[in-house]
Design a protein around this ligand. Sequence first.
Ligand SMILES: CC(C)(COP(=O)(O)OP(=O)(O)OC[C@H]1O[C@@H](n2cnc3c(N)ncnc32)[C@H](O)[C@@H]1OP(=O)(O)O)[C@@H](O)C(=O)NCCC(=O)NCCS
Length: 162
Amino acid sequence: MDNADFPIRPAIPPDAEGTRRVLVETWHDTYDPLLGTENVAEITGQWHSVEVLSQQIGLPDASFLVAGHSGRLIGHAFARMSQPGVLFLSRLYVRPSWQRRGVGTRMLGAVVERHPEAARMRLNVESENGKGVAFYRRHGFAVAGERTEEGLRSLQMEKLLR
Ligand SMILES: CC(C)(COP(=O)(O)OP(=O)(O)OC[C@H]1O[C@@H](n2cnc3c(N)ncnc32)[C@H](O)[C@@H]1OP(=O)(O)O)[C@@H](O)C(=O)NCCC(=O)NCCS
């Protein structure tokens, strides 16, 4: 699929609502089986409110990217320099109906391209999120640590960028 089919760009303030929709839909699809629908609704209601997302758009040392198609957002990535040389990927989400079509790969590449100062990329992923873990392994990330919180095990994964 050609990148022209889903252009990827830095978000602007009016994208906050579309990004919220991408996150709510994809969070339910991904995490309901792990956390339960009610918990997911509560978490995503707090973390992905238009207010919170609006504050993150345009933050310095960060990339808040969106992928669109036919006037609708279909994917979102948010990454931030967390310490010198380390880029932390907080979110990478592709709407379920658009998954496995290269959108995640292109967004990951776009994030890395925007941070030539990053030598290393780091992220956390639930160990039971098979899709996420498979995707990151495919892109050369390796497990660097793990932790268990409220019964859920998450993996810290890392990759040397340059
Ligand atoms: C993880 C995610 C961002 C990947 O984006 P995507 O656009 O679906 O991925 P791509 O099409 O670029 O896939 C690239 C490779 O990743 C791996 N992969 C992606 N989805 C996979 C799946 N469901 N099962 C196994 N491997 C998978 C494959 O190796 C794939 O290459 P292939 O299709 O040639 O085999 C997307 O599936 C998603 O939004 N998942 C839910 C949210 C999430 O888990 N985010 C990450 C946690 S922060």
